[in-house]
Design a protein around this ligand. Structure first.
Ligand code: PXP
Length: 261
């Protein structure tokens, strides 16, 4: 089974458009759980452009599945994480001008600072995940710095438009996934995944968790959040069934199956 983490930042973005109380991400989390979400993911940004401190606190008390806090290395946010104690924290890069997270965290830049944060989180029983690009040096460092999990950045895969580039990007993720597994870390992926492009990523061997926001919240406008989550969860379940049957039969990497189609 693959866990579906539903990122509900966009619900808070809509609320902040009027600086009012609705729509409430806390309600969204309930609807997502009723649709089958295995996790609720929120990014508490330094500029608080969408998710607020109150949201994180209330979600911590109400979410019944896994609460995954996306966060930068900024001391103020680290302090909040150590107080709120989410089940999982995913370290992401953060730039003020960006519309959304652009690319993975570069672990070569401040390894000591990263290690310090990872140690703090792990000492409190928080699963530490690194959002990084599928690059061997980064994955190697994630293992060295003590991360429990790696979330592979799927943004480049999601952005390609032609079949050749798509196969290349998928291959990068498949190989990256192998490096993560070989180093004993849990394999996650996310960014830009949607109802059309998610299946090949879900079929990567031992993919354990996908974090998806924009596509689900966009669909929710038309079909409701519970239904939008249910549809994504069904897609993941179907993809995993095929993956697990193939693995049991000793059939090779899913990326090759996809390329053959
Ligand atoms: N994973 C991470 C680390 C992210 O920063 C985001 C976006 O906040 C997502 C997953 C979800 O991306 P999307 O909204 O494109 O599905």
């Amino acid at each position: 089974m693959i866990e579906l983490g539903v990122n509900i930042d966009h619900v808070a973005t809509l609320r902040q458009a009027r600086r009012t109380y609705e729509p409430d991400p806390v309600w969204a989390a309930v609807e997502a759980e009723l649709g089958g979400a295995d996790g609720i993911t929120v990014h508490l940004r330094e500029d608080r452009r969408h998710i607020s401190d109150r949201d994180v606190q209330v979600l911590r008390q109400t979410v019944q599945c896994k609460l995954n806090l996306e966060m930068s290395l900024v001391p103020e946010i680290v302090e909040i994480a150590t107080r709120v104690l989410p089940a999982q924290a995913t370290l992401v890069p953060e730039r003020r001008q960006e519309v959304t997270t652009e690319g993975g965290l570069d672990l070569t830049r401040e390894p000591d600072r990263v290690t310090d944060v990872v140690n703090k989180l792990k000492a409190l029983g928080i699963v530490a995940s690194a959002f990084i690009d599928p690059i061997e040096q980064q994955i190697e460092l994630a293992a060295k710095l003590g991360f429990d999990a790696v979330e592979l950045h799927t943004g480049e895969y999601a952005n390609v438009t032609d079949d050749m580039a798509l196969a290349e990007q998928l291959h990068r993720l498949e190989v990256g996934g192998q490096w993560v597994r070989e180093r004993g870390m849990r394999l996650h992926a996310g960014h830009g995944l949607n109802y059309r492009n998610v299946i090949p990523v879900a079929r990567i061997q031992l993919m354990a968790e996908l974090n998806i926001g924009h596509a689900i919240v966009s669909r929710a406008i038309f079909v409701g959040l519970r239904q939008a989550v249910r549809e994504m969860k069904n897609l993941l379940d179907q993809a995993t069934q095929v993956r697990d049957v193939r693995a049991a039969q000793g059939v090779g990497a899913p990326v090759l199956d996809y390329q053959r189609k």
